[in-house]
Design a binder for this molecule. Structure first.
Ligand code: PPS
Length: 287
């Protein structure tokens, strides 16, 4: 089964670093810059998707075959790695830095100075589809010797109990949901992007103070559709020889229905959905 470090209270897969204390320090002392843009999420919620939209907004709709992990590095995976994963020196990156993270609100780096805050785009997805997507993703970690290799029935329990990387879904999402009205936070939902991608590309561009023509908005939406991103799949693969990218699997809303038994659904409703009741946060569970 998967192995984690506890880094600032967050379960971080042990393949990301071999020095968890150093990683904790790196995160705590990370100096944000006012023009940094973080794309933050609980895993499997549409991170890669929103990252690509943000990258294209900053690059006039260009399509790059360079791996996304280099264009838009993943903080806790690449910050202090002394194992075989690559390492990125965030201090050496030119501005504006585009940074991916799955950290919780309280652990995500931010400036102590109120007038100097960078931007955070958070993306959330209905947790039933998240759980299924997460289960499939463990296949890829398995190859690195860290992956979970049991059945879905058991993985779904680990997910409900928060015994997976980045802990409980509900704590993560609610931590960020509480900050959704902060001027430097944009809270997005995967299902909304599905419903109307061009309007959401515009929303993201506005949030980033970028004025884009309608033509460019529509082109970015087209290029960042599931089909559009599949055309440039190489950019989202770990290894170029992989058949498909683990970040582009199905890309649908409602896939959970063929995985959830009535019993599992009941437990999920009681233990996961119950905790977001009354918070105003709601999700679509079908397209
Ligand atoms: S990760 O590992 O946490 O960064 O993964 P993340 O990118 O957050 O989530 C991967 C899921 O997002 C789907 N995806 C998309 N859906 C629709 N449109 C586009 N363009 C798109 N790009 C990625 C991807 O297929 C994963 O979901 P599942 O349900 O597994 O297909």
């Amino acid at each position: 089964s998967e192995k984690y470090w506890n880094v600032l209270g967050v379960n971080i897969p042990d393949i990301f670093t071999n020095d968890p204390a150093l990683l904790a320090d790196y995160i705590v002392y990370f100096d944000t810059r006012a023009d940094d843009v973080f794309v933050v999420s609980y895993p499997k919620s549409g991170t890669t998707w929103v990252q690509e939209i943000v990258w294209q907004i900053y690059n006039e709709g260009a399509i790059s075959s360079e791996k996304q992990i280099y264009r838009f590095p993943f903080l806790e995976d690449t910050a202090c790695n002394m194992s075989e994963h690559m390492q990125i020196d965030f201090k050496a990156l030119p501005s504006p830095r585009l940074i991916k993270s799955h950290l919780t609100y309280s652990t995500t780096p931010r400036s102590a100075n109120k007038d100097d805050q960078c931007k955070y785009i958070y993306v959330a997805r209905n947790p039933k589809d998240v759980a299924v997507s997460y289960f499939h993703f463990t296949e890829h970690w398995k190859k690195e010797g860290n992956g979970y290799n049991g059945p879905w029935e058991f993985f779904s329990k680990l997910f409900i109990e928060g015994n997976v990387g980045w802990n409980f879904w509900n704590d993560h999402v609610l931590g960020w949901w509480k900050q959704k009205d902060d001027p430097n936070v944009l809270f997005l939902k995967y299902e909304d992007l599905h419903k109307d991608l061009p309007s959401n590309v515009r929303r993201i561009a506005n949030f980033l103070n970028k004025t884009l023509s309608d033509e460019l908005i529509n082109r970015i939406a087209e290029q960042c559709s599931f089909k559009g991103m599949k055309k440039n799949e190489i950019s989202y693969k770990f290894e170029s020889e992989e058949k498909t990218s683990p970040y582009l699997r199905k890309g649908v809303v409602g896939g959970w229905k063929s995985y959830f038994t009535p019993e599992l659904n009941e437990r999920f409703e009681k233990e996961v959905m119950e905790k977001i009741k009354g918070t105003g946060l709601e999700f679509d569970f079908e397209a």
